[in-house]
Design a protein around this ligand. Structure first.
Ligand SMILES: [Zn+2]
Length: 84
């Protein structure tokens, strides 16, 4: 009986060792949160559409907004503060 347990332990040990040295697959470079490059986003301040990659990104009140310029971002942020 002890021999049997020892054998199970040995198999388990080998299994673990093999798993440790097995390659875990190639990690593909993916950046989650990166949408399509030419995605258009709306500026909530002046209501114009701008490409996401050129937009000014700002987090206001825990939400992410995109603006055409820093001026619009500041204007919007001030407006959000005034609402509270
Ligand atoms: Zn704007």
């Amino acid at each position: 009986m002890i021999k049997f347990l020892l054998l199970i332990f040995l198999i388990f040990f080998i299994y673990r060792a093999v798993r440790k040295y097995m390659p875990l697959g190639q990690k593909t470079e993916q950046r989650p949160g990166d949408g399509p490059v030419d995605e258009m986003v709306q500026d909530p301040s002046c209501m114009t559409y701008i490409p996401r990659r050129t937009a000014q990104r700002k987090v206001v009140g825990g939400k992410e907004f995109f603006f055409c310029s820093k001026e619009c971002a500041e204007k919007f942020e001030k407006g959000m503060r005034a609402q509270r």
